[in-house]
Design a protein around this ligand. Structure first.
Ligand code: GTP
Ligand code: MG
Length: 524
């Protein structure tokens, strides 16, 4: 298809490939766990159902992405380890980390009702993700030891804290004070002496966390005519627990881990957290530049087919994308503008945004995860009669643009793309619907110019391209506008704000300067 003069903006996209032999770990954790667990009344200190839901999501992630060979999680976090030879998304860090967090979130929302049938999901849950590069297997081992140590320390503290509050009659402040200097042994004794609890006898799910990985199991695939089962070896994700997941005994006992990652030659019980933090490096986006987060549906070609979206444009599907983007704009105040077309959306963050100290992975994951969450939550509101057949996912990336002109060129690039694709797809599907095969339609359109396509539509199919819905031709732009507060009475001297900010969705030409002149506050 034709290239536009705006294509040069692609050169601002930077490569973020994780070079082999680094092992890739995707770490995800919940964005605002405290608030989420309070609003949804999770049991304290641990909610078994909530943990089981997290484990089910991790299980789904392992089934979806064959390159993930090991995972470990507890509380509100999970780590996924890719096999050492992985070529997943050409080892591009933002793609890998965003796709996994997006899928995890969308499964979380999909499965919520299974685990909490009587609890309404009150707001969209979202997770942050980042890539941890482990330069060697020993570093991965140290990382796992560190996460499991954290699981234990947090769980032991929280168990003491909530026993003191719930059964010991202490206030939260008093419980905090009591535990301030208590060492590990003191906490065990406190639990034993005051509350008759043997800490080591409490649920392993809480104390040790959960490992999920695939092993070869014998599965019955069918039964012979004589009723005998036919078995076959199949790789299946399963749950495993151990006191020390970074120990040789646990790790080296599993052939799949040895094959895909290697064996632990030494034991590892404790690690120095400063050593670990040193490789938890996260890059920051260049200061004083516009940040654009572009998300794109993964394999939406298939998703659209399975859900029988209208071709080439489905009003409801696009409407759902817009609903989600509006919610993102409400949630993240630093976003000043969004532009969406087909299965993609671009979110523009203001130049001086300090969101997550401009850490790319945090910003991308927060937005892509929140968007995915919303997409699943709102599905039923939009498609009342259509079941969501599987959990969708989106990938995301962050790109910086140094000036208003280049940012506008970026948005123009997306809108030109929208127009070119839409005009082509309208012709293509009109030809197919008229009886041509897909390859005939493709050949027919090869090398045709915009004018010829419009003529074809008009002459052959009686379609005047310029009268097709604006949303299809120009995509959707979402931004805030200030307007007079309608609740303000004349001569009102009260503290009610004189203007209010409203989020609007428009389908307009954003290539022309007149749009930006009419809305100077967006890029101001
Ligand atoms: P990746 O993004 O590379 O994972 O592949 P993809 O299949 O998502 O393709 P891409 O993002 O390049 O293009 C989006 C695809 O989503 C389109 O080619 C369509 O097949 C589909 N799609 C998006 N919006 C609509 C719609 O409104 N109706 C229909 N029928 N399909 C749509
Ligand atoms: Mg896509």
């Amino acid at each position: 298809m034709a290239n536009s003069k705006y294509e040069y903006v692609k050169s601002f996209e930077v490569e973020d490939e994780v070079m082999p032999p680094n092992l890739i770990v995707v770490h995800i954790d919940r964005r605002d766990f405290r608030r989420f667990s309070e609003v949804h009344e999770f049991e304290k200190p641990d909610d078994e159902k909530a943990l089981n839901l997290m484990n089910q999501c991790a299980m789904a992630v392992l089934e979806e992405y064959p390159d993930i060979v090991f995972s470990y999680g507890y509380g509100d976090e999970y780590s996924f380890v890719l096999k050492k030879t992985s070529k997943f998304y050409q080892r591009r860090s933002s793609k890998i980390s965003s796709v996994i967090v997006s899928f995890f979130t969308s499964v979380y929302v999909t499965k919520w009702k299974e685990f909490f049938p009587l609890k309404e999901l009150r707001y969209p849950p979202s997770f942050l993700s980042q890539i941890v590069c482990c330069a060697s297997l020993e570093i991965l081992q140290a990382y796992l030891a560190w996460r499991q140590r954290d699981c234990h320390v947090q769980n032991q503290y929280n168990t003491c804290f909530w026993e003191l509050v719930k059964k010991g009659g202490k206030t939260e402040m008093e419980a905090q004070e009591i535990l301030k200097y208590a060492k590990e042994q003191d906490r065990n004794e406190l639990l034993h002496q005051q509350f008759g609890i043997n800490y080591n006898g409490t649920l392993a799910l809480f104390r040790q966390g959960t490992c999920i990985f695939k092993t070869e199991v014998e599965d019955i695939v069918k039964y012979n005519e004589d009723g005998m089962p036919v078995k076959r070896l199949r790789r299946k994700a399963g749950i495993f627990r151990s006191e020390n997941i970074a120990g040789r005994r646990f790790w080296n006992a599993h052939a799949s881990l040895l094959k895909e990652l290697g064996n632990f030659s030494e034991d590892c019980f404790k690690t120095n957290p400063d050593y670990i933090r040193s490789f938890l490096f996260e890059s920051k986006l260049m200061p004083s530049t516009w940040i654009v987060i572009r998300i794109d549906g993964c394999h939406f070609h298939r998703f659209a087919d399975v859900h029988e979206f209208n071709k080439p444009n489905d009003k409801q599907a696009l409407g759902l994308m817009n609903l989600c983007a509006e919610a993102v704009l409400e949630e993240f105040h630093d976003i000043v503008f969004c532009y969406g077309v087909s299965d993609e959306y671009s979110f523009v963050l203001k130049k001086d945004s300090q969101l997550y100290q401009r850490r790319a992975s945090k910003i991308v994951s927060a937005i892509v995860s929140f968007f995915s969450s919303m997409y699943v939550m709102k599905w039923k509101d939009v498609f009342r009669k259509k079941e969501l057949k599987y959990s969708p996912s989106f990938d995301g990336r962050a790109v910086c643009y140094p000036s208003n002109e280049i940012l506008q060129d970026y948005l123009a690039w997306r809108q030109v793309d929208c127009h070119i694709n839409n005009q082509y797809n309208t012709c293509f599907w009109s030809l197919v619907k008229s009886g041509k095969s897909k390859s005939e339609a493709q050949n027919y359109l090869k090398g045709t110019q915009a004018r010829e396509k419009n003529e074809l539509l008009l002459k052959e199919f009686g379609i005047n391209y310029n009268t097709l819905p604006l949303m299809f031709r120009q995509g959707s732009s979402i931004f805030r506008v200030k307007r007079e507060n309608p609740t303000l009475l004349e001569n009102d001297a009260s503290s009610v704000e004189k203007t209010e900010t409203k989020i609007v969705t428009e389908h307009c030409n954003i290539i022309e300067q007149s749009f930006w002149e009419a809305h100077p506050s967006i890029l101001d």
